[in-house]
Structure formats: structure tokens, C-alpha cells
Write a protein that binds this ligand. Structure first.
Ligand code: PLP
Length: 521
């Protein structure tokens, strides 16, 4: 072969046009013969006819039987949501239509269409016939420039070369983890958190260390816990903001504290900002990169959620590296990784500039208003349900609900609880064990308002049926029947010490305590 040293000869069997070829490769070229012995191919390849006799009659170690096994990577690829949901018996009550509050796809009910401008952009891209071919592996320059312009800020400026287009935010996350980590390294991941990080990492031999989020502090990071997990094998810190599954949005001050820890230990950040700008009025959500003075950040995002088109599979990585810590190596690493499989669909790339520039502001704000209003309906309804502790979100499209399992002795755990909720009430919420956070469940708030209301009514009915108050030891010693439910929610000023768990949602509910279900005592 040109450029190779010495004369090395190899024989390789090829199959082309349904014919078998034996190709002889030498240092000076490649020769082969077809079965018909026609000789040299136009491209400089020679082909040679193949008949059984050209092959050794006995191979060195012939397999005696079929043994086709999945690779270690395949075996180690586990989606915890699938693992949990596939193991559940989800047979709805035939008398009640099913309401699924489990899928993080805003398009499933048809009540949240994307904007006409987004659709028009795609139609124009198709009609132009300009986007039917392959794009560069990192995306068309024009489309990368559009993303850079859209997300650039004086604090965190971006150029086209800082943007890599990917197949959804998922591929952006995969490339980012791949570029940071070798097998044996570790990543820090939020608990509760989006399950993809672990699914990807474990299959690549990367250790996942879970840092805690604190429900009583609107799901802020337990920074001390997070810091305690960092060691010399920590290759990146993943921060999801706004959060799936919590719907929480970190304050600027909290983001600064996260950056401080990352800076102190020189750990780069993978910021999953797919829900960026999906925050309720009154909340601000600066990007991590805009607050960073030194910590390099790969910010992963995409069209899926904010533009309500998850099926279009358009994502991106924004490279923020003002102090040149990533340097050219990480950038080149990302480019190389992007070359393994071409990412974003070219038609959507062709539409991207127009989508980003022409989507009216009203579309974004209408979506946010809807999500906020539905979150409020759900939070207000469930706040007064015995044994449930919803946490009000500030953005994204999710709401987490704590289950006081002690008061539901009929159920083993959140999986059991949510399974029975389907069997009896035909309402499906995802058990938060899927996010490494037992005793909670997650509700997706993109469903139509009427369904959200109906689902809450059914959840209440279910809980009222199974809620068991504590034994009456406490009330007897106090000489009265306590409103245990109100006490758990911090609404009763009980002078005996109350556990932090009991009080952790205190202060959020001001309505009059609701008496326990009559059957409870
Ligand atoms: C936090 C988070 N990151 C990433 C993704 C993946 O986004 P995409 O559909 O663009 O791959 C999701 C999807 O639900 C998500 O919730």
C-alpha cells in the first residue's frame, strides 16, 4: 500500500454486487480477480475469482456451534426508567380512561403545538432542496453561527466554532461525557437526576457518583456532599438546570457557589441546559457559563423542549472556555467524536436559523404560562392530599411529589404505590426510583388542564383510601386528636420535637388544615 514500509501481503475476502472477491493487498497496490477472471477494476483494484480451493480447507480454530453474544457495552446499557416501568404491572381500571403523567414529551396530548414559524422554517428548508445531503460532522457553519448568535452574551460570548450540532441534546451529552472521561474516571451526577447520564456512563465503564439535591431547599445542591465526592478521577460535574425531574431553577447565588466548588477542584462542568429559559415569570435563570470566570463549561441544549419538537432531534454543545483551559485538545476531541456518526438532521439544520430568529416571543411566554398554571393546579390540589408533599417547581415541565410511605402501609415503595394508582385510578406517574430517588413520584405538567385536574382528583381519592394516620399515642398524651396530616405539612405548631422530614415542606401551605379522612382513625 502506498506509504507502507516493506512488502506486506494480505488477503481479504470482500463481497461486492453479490459476488465474492478475494483481494490481495500488497505494498504496491491492491490486486484481485473475480469469479469470471475479468481482471483489473477501473479504480486500480484487481480482482481474482474465488473458488473454495483458494481458501484453506481447515481454519485454525473453527467454531463448533453458534455462540453470538451481546457485547459488554450492550449488556451494561441499562435505562432505569425502562427497567422500572417494564417491570410494573400497568393495567388501568377499565372504568376510567387512562391519564399518563409520565412521559416528558410535550407533544403527546396535542395541546402544545409548536409555533407556525417553526413549521414554516422546516417547510422552507425542505422546499429549498438545499439540505438533502451530508453536512459537516459538526453541522453547517451557517446553522452553528445562528446558535452562537442566539446564545451569545457579553459575559459568555460565542462564535460559530464554539457550537457543535448534535442529534438531540442526548447526543450532545454523550459527546461531552465521551470527551471528558476515560473508563475508570468518575462523573458527578445529581440525585434525583435525569437517568441518561448514568445509562451512558455505566456502559462506558465510567463511575457515577450521585450528589444530593435538597427538596426542602427547592432542590438546591447539597454542596458539601457534592464536594466530598470529588477526587482525582473526577472528570466532570454534571449540573441540570432547570431540572428534570424536579422542575427546580437554581438562583444566581447558588450557581456561583457551584462554580466555586468546581473552580477550587479544577473540575469542568457539563451543564445540561435543555430547559434553559423555560422558567416561570419572576424567576431568572442565567446560564452557568455566563457566571463563570474560570471554570470551562460544555453547555448542552436543543430544540426539543423550548420549541416543543423533541422528535426533530436537534441538539447542540456550546463550548465556553474563555481561559483556554479546554484548549484545542478538547475541541478537537469533540470534532473527532462528532465524526463517528453524523449528528443533526440536515433539514432541521437548514431550518435552524429561521427557527431561532423568527419564533415569536409570545410562543415562548404562552408555553411558560401554561406550564406554570398547570403546575399551580397540581401543586395546590396535591398539597392538601393526606400523605403527599408536592414541591412547587419554578420551571421546566415537571413536579415532584413526596410520598409519606409510613402512612401508606399497603405499599412497599413508590413503585408499588404508582402501580396501584394505575390499577385503581388509571393515572400513571413515574416513580422517582427511576431517578434514584425513592418515595417520590414525578408528574409531567404538559397535559391539558382538564386532565391535570381530573388526575389530581383521582390521586386524592386514591390517597384518601390508603392513608393511615399515625397511632394515636401522641394525641392521647396531648388529650386531643391531632391533625396529623396538617402537622406533617408543618401547618400545626406542635410543641413536641418534630423531625426535619416532617417539617421540610413547612411554610408553603397557608390554607386551613383539612381533617383526616373519616376512615383514618
Ligand atoms: C434533562 C434532560 N436532558 C436531556 C434530554 C434529552 O433531550 P433530547 O430529546 O434533545 O435528546 C432530556 C429529555 O427529556 C432531559 O430531560
Amino acid at each position: 500500500m502506498p506509504g507502507s514500509r516493506g512488502r506486506c501481503t494480505r488477503r481479504v475476502a470482500l463481497r461486492m454486487d453479490n459476488k465474492a472477491y478475494l483481494v490481495q493487498m500488497t505494498s504496491s497496490g491492491v490486486h484481485g480477480k473475480t469469479l469470471t477472471g475479468k481482471g483489473m477494476l477501473g479504480n486500480g483494484f484487481h480482482h481474482m475469482s474465488v473458488n473454495g480451493s483458494l481458501y484453506p480447507t481447515k481454519t485454525k480454530s473453527r467454531r463448533q456451534r453458534w455462540e453470538v453474544k451481546p457485547s459488554e457495552m450492550a449488556k451494561n446499557t441499562l435505562n432505569p426508567i425502562r427497567a422500572i416501568v417494564d417491570g410494573m404491572k400497568l393495567t388501568p381500571n377499565p372504568e376510567k380512561p387512562m391519564i399518563s403523567l409520565s412521559i416528558g414529551d410535550p407533544t403527546v396530548f396535542g395541546n402544545l403545538p409548536t409555533d407556525d414559524a417553526v413549521l414554516q422554517a422546516l417547510k422552507d428548508a425542505i422546499d429549498s432542496q438545499k439540505y438533502n445531503g451530508y453536512a459537516p460532522s459538526v453541522g453547517y457553519l451557517k446553522s452553528r453561527q445562528a446558535v452562537a448568535n442566539f446564545y451569545s452574551s457579553p459575559e459568555a460570548p460565542l462564535e460559530a466554532e464554539d457550537v457543535i450540532l448534535t442529534s438531540g441534546c442526548s447526543q450532545a451529552i454523550e459527546l461531552a461525557i465521551n470527551v471528558f472521561c476515560n473508563p475508570g474516571d468518575s462523573i458527578l451526577v445529581p440525585r434525583p437526576g435525569f437517568s441518561l447520564y448514568k445509562t451512558l456512563a455505566v456502559s462506558m465503564g465510567i463511575e457515577v457518583k450521585l450528589y444530593n439535591l435538597l427538596p426542602e431547599k427547592s432542590w438546591e445542591i447539597d454542596l458539601q456532599h457534592m464536594e466530598s465526592l470529588i477526587d482525582e478521577r473526577t472528570s466532570c460535574l454534571i449540573v441540570t438546570n432547570p431540572s428534570n425531574p424536579c422542575g427546580s431553577v437554581f438562583t444566581k447565588e447558588h450557581l456561583q457557589k457551584i462554580l466555586k466548588v468546581a473552580s477550587k477542584h479544577c473540575v469542568p462542568i457539563l451543564a445540561d441546559e435543555i430547559y434553559s429559559d423555560m422558567v416561570f415569570p419572576g424567576c431568572s435563570c442565567p446560564s452557568l457559563a455566563s457566571l463563570s470566570s474560570d471554570v470551562p463549561v460544555l453547555s448542552c441544549g436543543g430544540l426539543a423542549k423550548r420549541w416543543l419538537v423533541p422528535g426533530w432531534r436537534m441538539g447542540w454543545i456550546l463550548i465556553h472556555d474563555r481561559n483556554n483551559i479546554f484548549g484545542s485538545e478538547i475541541r478537537q476531541g469533540l470534532v473527532k467524536l462528532s465524526q463517528r456518526i453524523l449528528g443533526a438532521c440536515t433539514i432541521v439544520q437548514g431550518a435552524l436559523e429561521s427557527i431561532l430568529n423568527n419564533t415569536p416571543q409570545g410562543f415562548y411566554s404562552n408555553t411558560i404560562s401554561f406550564l406554570k398554571s398547570n403546575s399551580e393546579i397540581c401543586f395546590n390540589e396535591l398539597s392538601s392530599v393526606p400523605g403527599l408533599n408536592p414541591v412547587m417547581p419554578s420551571g421546566a415541565m415537571y413536579l415532584m411529589v413526596g410520598i409519606e410511605m409510613d402512612h401508606f402501609p399497603d405499599f412497599k415503595n413508590d413503585v408499588d404505590f404508582t402501580e396501584r394508582l394505575v390499577t385503581e385510578q388509571s393515572v400513571f406517574c413515574l416513580p422517582a426510583s427511576a431517578f434514584e430517588y425513592p418515595n417520590f413520584f414525578r408528574i409531567v405538567v404538559t397535559v391539558p388542564e382538564a386532565l391535570m385536574e381530573e388526575a389530581c382528583v383521582r390521586i386524592r381519592e386514591f390517597c384518601q383510601c390508603y392513608y393511615r394516620p399515625p397511632s394515636c399515642d401522641v394525641c392521647q398524651s396531648r388529650g386531643s386528636v391531632p391533625d396529623r396530616h396538617a402537622m406533617l405539612k408543618g401547618r400545626v405548631n406542635h410543641d413536641s420535637p418534630t423531625t426535619s422530614r416532617d417539617l421540610r415542606y413547612s411554610g408553603r401551605i397557608s390554607s386551613t388544615p383539612k381533617p383526616c379522612h373519616p376512615g383514618d382513625f
